[in-house]
Write a protein that binds this ligand. Structure first.
Ligand code: FAD
Ligand code: AMP
Length: 478
């Protein structure tokens, strides 16, 4: 029998590695089991987020946004740079460097915090024993007082569109093409589909997104989703709703995609196909049957609000449990679980969970949409402010979008904040903080915002809830 730990975390993504670091900070003897092998054939921490998710996608979004700005906006800003050309292999190489530095950084943090990284595949047995199968096949069983399952998620496959080399890929494959395809079809106009579609459109691909649902971004406030659809379509993304993909066939280096819409069956040929139809919890072989941990029909582990499973001292966090599949949601659950194991009273406020789509304009929201509060019969008011009226947005030449705040009419509490526009992801943070502190729009209205900043749009939206925004005409409010 190998060492006895206070905590073993299975999975080293943003949920698991954060749980492990926090547990160790609290003086608990901690190990983290992680099996990821990266592009360079080396074991790596950081999970989906750092290796093939949040970080590499943002690295490519950054490069391509700058490229597009250089191509289309520099002239207008008074900058002549001559011919702007793309170096896609360098772009990919830079993205890989960012990933390597960050994943290496987690390994360093493990060392500094005294977390043991057990390289290999972990499986929970009965009585909180964890079997680790190392990369060379050697098996070791560890005892632990507590086990945290954080094995994350994987892309959902569509059986009718099987992956095929670098022609039919899921999200990770679309982060590695070294030349610009003439045309790209994306199945699924969700968050990942829109981000990856934007990357390749900016580089010059013709991008078509096929989406089965009849509503664009149904989880987003309607006014914001409408503005997003308009902006993305204007940029050239061909978004087709109510369109269900039925199959694909690879032939002579191209892919023929068959789909059905209101007008019947169609077939269109593309250079590449990205399957971005969502993700599923990854729980294959994570628990032996003797471990007796309950899962639902979708594979998610059953947990309560504190991420406790049905087995005492066994927790599950991140993408393997209910709630949005977001890195920061998993990380906060990791912190909560570590602190509760250490005897602290921690919790996660699931009602104040920020969401972002990192397109341009960015789309960011927290709390309830106007449609949700309406359907719940809440007496509410809306304040909004367009970036077209923001001095800073004008100076940047980036005026698409708005800030919209939904507040409770009587208490003035903020029920939701919805932003589409430049730096929406960063601007959202102040509304998240306000909601976490139970602040009112009056509190935001009282807060001095530096001029000229984009954050003034949040200030003005709060003022507009009372019909007293300065830089737009205000409708009289009842
Ligand atoms: P994961 O990150 O999936 O990590 C789980 C880890 O567990 C993996 O490293 C895996 O190797 C390991 N593992 C699994 N089974 C075992 C086992 N038996 N033994 C040992 N190790 C095991 N979220 C955001 O919040 N913001 C974004 O901008 C964002 N962008 C994204 C872009 C893309 C293209 C994708 C695909 C996802 C994106 N996400 C984003 C989602 C985000 O990546 C996930 O929500 C997040 O990674 C979940 O964290 P996790 O720790 O639960 O799981
Ligand atoms: P998300 O869950 O945000 O990653 O989005 C995935 C999207 O893919 C959802 O909006 C689904 O409706 C969509 N989708 C799933 N299956 C298909 C299909 N066969 N054809 C087109 N769209 C699909």
């Amino acid at each position: 029998m190998a060492e006895i730990y206070d905590v073993i975390v299975i999975g080293g993504g943003p949920a698991g590695y954060v749980a492990a670091i926090r547990a160790s900070q609290l003086g608990l003897k901690t190990a983290c089991v992680e099996k990821w092998i990266n592009k360079q054939d080396k074991p790596a921490l950081g999970g989906t987020c750092l290796n093939v998710g949040c970080i590499p996608s943002k690295a490519l979004l950054e490069s391509t946004e700058l490229y597009e700005t250089a191509c289309h906006q520099f002239k207008d800003l008074g900058i002549n740079v001559g011919e702007v050309t793309l170096d896609v292999p360098r772009m990919i190489e830079r993205k890989d460097q960012v990933v390597m530095e960050l994943t290496g950084g987690i390994a360093m943090l493990f060392k500094q915090n005294g977390v043991d990284w057990l390289q290999g595949e972990g499986q929970l047995l009965a009585d909180r024993q964890v079997k680790v199968t190392a990369l060379d096949g050697k098996e070791t069983v560890y005892d632990s007082k507590n086990v945290v399952i954080a094995t994350g998620s994987v892309p959902i496959d569509l059986s009718v569109t099987p992956l095929n080399g670098d022609i039919v890929v899921e999200s990770a494959g679309a982060l590695d093409w070294e030349s610009v395809p003439g045309s790209v079809c994306v199945i699924g106009a969700g968050v990942i589909g829109l981000e990856l579609g934007s990357v390749w459109r900016r580089m010059g691909s013709r991008v078509v997104l096929l989406e089965a649902m009849d509503t664009f971004l149904p989880m987003v406030d309607k006014a914001i989703a409408r503005e997003a659809q308009r902006a993305f379509t204007k940029q050239g993304l061909d978004i087709r709703l109510s369109t269900r993909v039925m199959g694909s066939k690879v032939n002579h280096g191209k892919v023929a995609v068959t789909f059905k819409d209101g007008e019947g069956d169609h077939e269109e040929t593309f250079d590449k196909l990205i399957v971005a139809v969502g993700r599923r919890a990854f729980t294959d072989n994570v628990c032996s049957s003797e471990a007796d941990v309950l899962q639902d029909e979708r594979g998610l582990f059953h947990v309560n609000e504190f991420c406790e499973t049905n087995v005492p001292h066994v927790y599950a966090i991140g993408d393997v449990v209910r709630g949005p599949m977001l890195a920061h949601k998993g990380s906060e659950e990791g912190v909560m679980v570590a602190e509760r194991i250490a005897g602290e009273e921690s919790s996660v406020n699931y009602d104040v969970m920020p969401n972002v789509i990192y397109t341009h304009p960015e789309v960011a929201w927290v709390g309830k949409t106007e449609e949700q509060v309406k359907s719940e019969g809440i007496d509410y008011q809306v304040g909004s402010f367009p970036f077209a009226a923001s001095g800073r947005a004008k100076a940047k030449g980036d005026t698409t979008g708005m800030v919209k705040i939904v507040r409770d009419r009587k208490s003035d509490r903020i029920l939701g904040a919805h932003i589409i526009g430049p730096s929406a992801s960063e601007l959202l943070a102040q509304t998240v903080l306000a909601m976490e502190f139970d602040a009112t729009t009056e509190d935001i209205a009282h807060t001095i915002h530096a001029h000229p900043t984009l954050s003034e749009a949040v200030h003005e939206a709060a003022l507009s809830a009372d019909g007293r925004a300065i830089h737009i005409g205000n409708r009289k409010r009842g």
